[in-house]
Design a protein around this ligand. Sequence first.
Ligand code: AHR
Length: 503
Amino acid sequence: MPSKGKVIINLNQTIGTINPAVYGHFIEHLGRCIYPGIWVGENSETPNDKGLRRDVVEALGRISLPVMRWPGGCFADHYHWGDGVGPRGHRPVRVNITWGGEEPNAFGTDEFLYFCSRVGAEPYICLNVGSGSVSEASSWVEYCNYAGSSSYAQLRAEHGVKKPHHVRYWGVGNENWGCGGDFDPVYYAWEYRRYACFLKRVDPSIQLIACGHTTRDWNLRFMECLKDHIHLVDHLSIHHYFGGHGGDIDFTDEQYYSLLGSVQDLEYQLQQAIAVVDFFAEGRKDIGIIVDEWGTWYPQATVEKGLFQQNTVRDAILAASVLNLFNNYSRKVAMANLAQTVNVLQSLILTEGSQTVLTPTYHVFDMYKAHMGNTALAVDVDSPTIMELRPPTQRRARAQRVKKPMQALDISASLRRGENQLVLTLVNQHLTEEVETDIVLEGNLTVEKGEVTVLTAENVRAHNDFNAFNRVKPKHEGIEVSGKTFTYTAPAHSVNTLVIRLK
Ligand code: AHR
């Protein structure tokens, strides 16, 4: 007998618009992410488009990638953009002081912006606050966005692009509480004010992302200093890595559950960050939360190995649950960026020579793109409980809270209004039991027809590699649905996207 669950979706109870940017990504000059994951150079034997590997560009284009963050990460706070423009043969080679090795500067601003245009993503550039200057940051904005004939605009034209790029998103440093300069929140706040004040004069249309933290204290003290300059803050960023629950492909069943249970920590941190920005903004401005680095980070991903790790069905289930969380907080989550696209941490794509492998996580982004731009709906879920989760340890208690018991079903729903299309992403986290779920619609519309895409595998540790490219891949099928209630049985450890036509 399968376990039973019930989901009630009220078509009139909306949460917010799902910003497509929530399905964003992040690349850094780290390990094999950019070289050779994205950039192989024009003379490479790997098929390329002006130096960008064609297979990766095509795969990323297929998932409607909305936004890409670059150049870091920790790398951003020692990157000088001037090193990465102009004829490639004349660019300096620098030491990558964070991640080791040498940075050839072959992939710079123009290559990044060309890459974004090829994959259809909006660029998000992270500025150097830790070791840079306000004038360096201002001139970067001018180089990218200025429409007139200033020397930086002319330099851009000399490098082949006459029209401004209108780069909208700019991060004011990265993790400035750590690798980005070891600042304290008050010092960072003063620096932020200075940067923001000038950057917004270079281009008043840009949106700035302030470096926040997963600790409430940093965000409180930062926002306290900015409360009378609230017009300068558009978004506050937090980072969240899921680690410490076994290895990338070797983990126990208990570690499988504890990793998924830790999505609740991210939810708690989101709630804390939202409470802080809303408190200080006092309704004068809607400051968005941007989770501009997130994903799994296992012990295999060491600096020596360029943070490379494998990616299993467990990663797909985690990604799906996190994306459900972002949909369910779409009122405040303005963007999120999975770390880091190719060959680093929770990648979408792995490369070896001229070959690529799509990871289970890639498929989740493909399955979830149906939510982009939709209206998120409130869902009432009655799910079988899997287990109680252990309370936080003493050391971590401040950053966490007592957890809710872990449920098998994790869900988000959205409505594409013009097309009367309901999108339901349903994760069954139970390792061994399928869940027969009654789905009940409340509102004027009824179900006409539907189809489902399912991602799972016999073994939750299954992954794709260069010996088995498609061990884990989604299956599509039609489903029998009509009226206001229908039943869907979600296989054990699976991600399911149901696209339902309403009338
Ligand atoms: O994504 C790897 C690193 O993790 C980033 O450079 C840094 O911002 C974070 O600590």
